[in-house]
Write a protein of this length. Structure first.
Length: 184
């Protein structure tokens, strides 16, 4: 680059800086912002939120058990559609390998933390017992609330019908499906 071209580029840069500075000075002299006396959008802070009182936040909402009639009406085909979200991390077929999450074939009434080839969190291993339909429903409502310390980051399914449909689909993925209408 010749010195003439360098001088032209430098001059253009300096002129742009001067124009920006002059524009800023003119705009600040023309506009005088005023501070609001109160917020335009007030944010309510209640005692129950714990922010004002310094107490802990309330415990997260626990799901009500799914009624037997909801399980009786559960649609496995609809559950399969909902479970497509789960397929990102889980497999459902017999003998398929684990992904980020364990294979869910035969999960209904299976012992917790028992899928071969998957490394479960200590929190889930310590639960013990079997995955009953109600336990699965509570877990997929909010995994982090059901098992604090779980590796599962799924946000959850709030609708009982959606959870029942997913459980009906998971129940079909088994050598010995359970009778969901008799779920406790």
């Amino acid at each position: 680059m010749s010195s003439l071209e360098f001088n032209k580029a430098s001059a253009a840069f300096l002129v742009a800086l001067i124009v920006a500075m002059v524009t800023g000075l003119i705009s600040s002299s023309l506009i005088h912002p005023e501070k609001l006396a109160k917020n335009a959008y007030p944010i309510a802070v209640t005692e129950s939120s714990g922010a004002a009182s310094g107490t802990a936040a309330p415990a997260p909402e626990k799901p009500a058990p799914i009624a037997a009639d909801v399980f009786a009406k559960a649609d496995a085909a609809a559950g399969e559609q909902i479970a497509k979200k789960c397929a990102v991390c889980h497999t459902f077929g017999k003998g398929e390998p684990a992904k980020v999450g364990p294979n869910l074939y035969g999960v209904v009434d299976r012992p917790r933390a028992s899928a071969a080839g998957f490394s479960y969190s200590e929190a889930l291993k310590s639960l013990g017992g079997n995955w009953t339909p109600q336990d699965i429903a509570a877990f997929i409502f909010s995994p982090k609330d059901y098992v604090p310390g779980t590796k599962m980051t799924f946000i959850g399914l709030p609708k009982p019908e959606d959870r029942a449909n997913v459980i009906a689909f998971l129940n079909k993925q088994s050598d010995a499906p359970v009778d969901l209408s008799k779920a406790p």
